[in-house]
Design a protein around this ligand. Structure first.
Ligand SMILES: Nc1ncnc2c1ncn2[C@@H]1O[C@H](COP(=O)(O)OP(=O)(O)OP(=O)(O)O)[C@@H](O)[C@H]1O
Ligand SMILES: [Mg+2]
Length: 288
């Protein structure tokens, strides 16, 4: 625990340094300060996030890894304004979203953010093309407009589904649905894309295509991508990998190869399970 706290301290300094060295806080796409998220209260409370401090520059690609239950999805939802932290602040593009009204938050999400959910969240009654057009429609562009449909068709082609626009999600494989979700997230050219395991249901080749597309959004369109993944090969596309354990940032790596990321993940998991079993046996001891 002592080690982790020291590491965390070093990391906080690093993130703070990022802010002060950069041209200014408005060049940060995503900024979290002291973010905590607790589910429930009292002895049954779950501390999903225990104080996240982090600053992500614009046009950066960040991967978030960590064991199941470490808080990755909760982190993404809080950073994206889909969930409200119990404590702390979240800024997107320099705008404080904590305490923002639901209407303004919805507007911000529709116009500037893109999401790929862990469960794809496609609307089953709409066709694939209508699903992809939807964010543009919600952002106020006319659905039927040739431009929206052209953008949707182009994005579907980019994810390899140019011929599937007329199908319903239920008529697609899991991996194809996931690609529709990626197309839908990118079609409005959002400033920030939040993706929760966007390659989880894909074969290696298709995953590589989706990751290249996300990388392209960062390098050529200046988007900022925050991607949760369990796959070190996917994380290797990112500029930085953050490792979550038990609701806190336990480690980070600048751009690294899959093998190095996998090794770091193994070390983290070993540390976490050692910590958990020590905790469990201490509790067992106390109960005895
Ligand atoms: N609505 C909820 N109510 C109570 N606890 C929750 C809720 N959502 C998540 N949790 C708990 O918060 C913790 C973090 O969950 P989260 O979904 O963020 O994990 P994760 O890292 O995304 O895991 P996975 O890799 O399995 O998707 C877990 O212990 C989970 O059980
Ligand atoms: Mg999750």
């Amino acid at each position: 625990m002592g080690l982790r706290r020291t590491k965390q301290g070093a990391q906080d300094r690093q993130y703070t340094a990022d802010i002060h060295q950069g041209p200014g806080p408005s060049d940060l796409a995503v900024e979290l300060r002291g973010v905590r998220r607790q589910y429930g209260r009292g002895s049954s409370a779950v501390h999903a996030l225990r104080g996240i401090d982090l600053a992500l520059p614009r046009a950066s690609f960040t991967a978030v890894m960590g064991p199941s239950g470490s808080g990755k999805s909760t982190f993404l939802q809080c950073a994206a304004g889909l969930d409200r932290p119990t404590e702390g602040s979240v800024r997107l593009g320099g705008t404080e979203i904590t305490g923002m009204s639901e209407n303004r938050l919805t507007e911000l999400r529709r116009t500037r953010l893109g999401f790929v959910f862990q469960a794809f969240n496609l609307l089953p009654s709409l066709t694939v093309e209508q699903n992809v057009v939807l964010p543009m429609r919600l952002a106020g562009q006319r659905t039927g407009s040739a431009r929206s449909r052209h953008a949707a068709a182009e994005m579907l082609t980019r994810v390899g589904l140019g011929d599937k626009g007329a199908r319903r999600p239920g008529q697609l494989s899991g991996g194809q649905q996931q690609r529709v979700a990626v197309a839908r997230a990118l079609v409005t050219r959002p400033d920030v894309v939040f993706a929760d395991e966007p390659t989880g249901a894909l074969d290696t080749t298709t995953a590589a295509e989706i990751l290249a597309l996300l990388r392209h959004a960062v390098d050529s369109l200046g988007a900022t991508v925050v991607m949760v993944t369990h796959d070190p090969a996917a994380a290797a596309y990112a500029d930085r990998v953050l490792f979550l354990a038990d609701g806190a940032i336990a480690d980070s790596l600048p751009r690294a190869g899959a093998a190095q990321i996998a090794a770091r993940m193994t070390a983290l998991t070993a540390h976490t399970s050692a910590h958990t079993s020590a905790h469990t046996s201490a509790r067992a001891g106390a109960a005895a």
